[in-house]
Design a protein around this ligand. Structure first.
Ligand code: HSE
Length: 429
């Protein structure tokens, strides 16, 4: 029999923690199963920091592990963040003490999900993490619950609001990467360490979790191929636009006969495609199943209100539902997926070169591509002021990554080529 009042311990009182405290103070009886969810213990880095919400009536803990194992809480909510350190110690301690855990921590679940699932299942308690992926947009429940009657073959989307904000603002305003990153930080989208966002790691954590749920395997973050947006040039954003594309940071997980490919890359998406038209800090995701076909969801991936709503939905599940396996099958049966080899990864590409303005350059480039077996789909040479050379852009037909890398290495060595060619993938969605 569920307790009438669920006593909740919350570790981390940042944006999401503050949003959760406010929501539960106003709506403790929100859960469909009935009962009340009341925060009875909190911990954070600083007790005295000024906060918009009054915590004076809630027991304060200096140590997250002490809160996680306190006999005075029934459910532990972890909003500290980080794959290791206090977040991991507290979640492990809560599970070992038999407390249900709700977390928004994508790094923790992506990097240690299988071992935490084993702890949760040994204790017979839920470990839920809806808020870890796409903030307030319910991607985890979609895969974990709504899609279990289907065989998911792939997911692809925009999972990092900071990167999407930066790319769409650079495109719309012609603003520099550094200026827009500063704005994203001021608006509260960016992680404490923005490298996690712009380096692609945050999106990789999220898509690693989605892959585990989609394919019923252990999260395998080490196998994710990760490229961020820090090398995306305004010049490429402009040239891609001329070719009918927008650049987006696309995170994808595909199951093929060769294994699973989990990837994060800045990619060209055709204008008019729902992912190309997803602007600002919004997140969006396609899920493809063999029977349901394609589903598209779009919504806020960050922010106090939306992310706290996702945490609250998990709290309601703890109060309502029987426990189910964390990653779609018992933890003891989970295996990491086999990653697809580069020779088997095939896709269309955008290559941008900067060359000297002299006769024979284009012939030398196309000859090299032909020797490598790369077939050109379109070609654009466009004088651009202050580019430091003449930009040449070409798109290829589908080609193995290993062949493309060989071609890039050879083109880079041509005497008229001024820098290493820039490669961007053309999204297959
Ligand atoms: N920093 C993340 C983003 C928000 O920009 O999407 C929370 O995951």
């Amino acid at each position: 029999m569920s307790p009438r009042t669920w006593r909740i311990g919350v570790a981390g009182l940042g944006t999401v923690g503050g949003g959760l405290l406010q929501f539960l103070a106003e709506r403790p009886d929100f859960a469909p199963a009935g009962g009340r969810a009341v925060i009875t213990g909190v911990t954070a880095r600083s007790r005295s920091r000024p906060r918009s919400i009054d915590i004076s009536g809630i027991a304060w803990f200096d140590d997250p592990v002490a809160l996680a194992t306190s006999p005075d809480i029934d459910l532990f909510v972890e909003l500290v963040g980080g794959s290791d350190g206090p977040a991991k110690a507290a979640v492990e301690a809560a599970l070992k003490a038999g407390k249900p855990v709700v977390t928004a921590n994508k790094a923790l679940i992506a990097e240690h999900g299988a071992e935490l699932a084993a702890l949760a299942e040994a204790a017979g308690v839920p470990l839920l993490f809806e808020a870890a992926v796409m903030g307030g947009t319910p991607a985890v429940k979609m895969l974990r619950e709504a899609m279990v009657g289907d065989d998911v073959v792939g997911v692809a989307g925009i999972l990092n609001g900071t990167c999407n904000f930066i790319l769409s603002e650079m495109e719309q305003r012609g603003a520099s990467f550094a200026d827009v990153l500063g704005e994203a930080q001021r608006m509260g989208y960016a992680e404490a360490d923005p490298t996690m966002d712009v380096g692609g790691f945050d999106a990789a954590h999220k898509v690693t979790i989605l892959a585990a749920l989609a394919f019923g395997c252990a999260p395998n973050f080490a196998a994710a191929e990760i490229e961020g947006i820090d090398q995306v040039d305004l010049l490429d954003i402009k040239l891609a636009k001329d070719l009918g594309y927008r650049i987006r940071l696309i995170a994808s997980a595909d199951r093929t006969a060769d294994g699973v490919a989990v990837r994060v890359h800045p990619s060209l998406v055709a204008q008019g495609h729902p992912l190309a038209e997803t602007r600002g800090a919004l997140n969006a995701l396609f899920i493809e199943g063999t029977r349901i076909g394609r589903i598209f969801i779009q919504g806020p991936g960050a922010g106090a209100g939306p992310t706290a709503a996702a945490v609250a939905a998990d709290i309601a599940d703890v109060m309502t539902l029987p426990t189910r396996p964390v990653f779609q099958r018992p933890a003891g049966d989970l295996k990491p997926f086999v990653a697809v080899a580069p020779t088997r990864r095939v896709g269309k590409a955008y290559l941008r070169l900067l060359v000297k303005d002299q006769a024979g350059v284009i012939a030398a480039v196309s000859e090299t591509l032909a020797e490598c077996g790369v077939s050109i789909d379109s070609f654009l040479q466009k004088p651009v002021e202050d580019a430091g050379g003449v930009p040449i852009v070409l798109t290829t037909h589908a080609i193995a990554e290993s062949v493309l890398t060989d071609a890039i290495n050879r083109i880079e060595k041509l005497p008229a080529v001024l820098e290493r060619p820039r490669l961007l993938r053309i999204a297959r969605i």
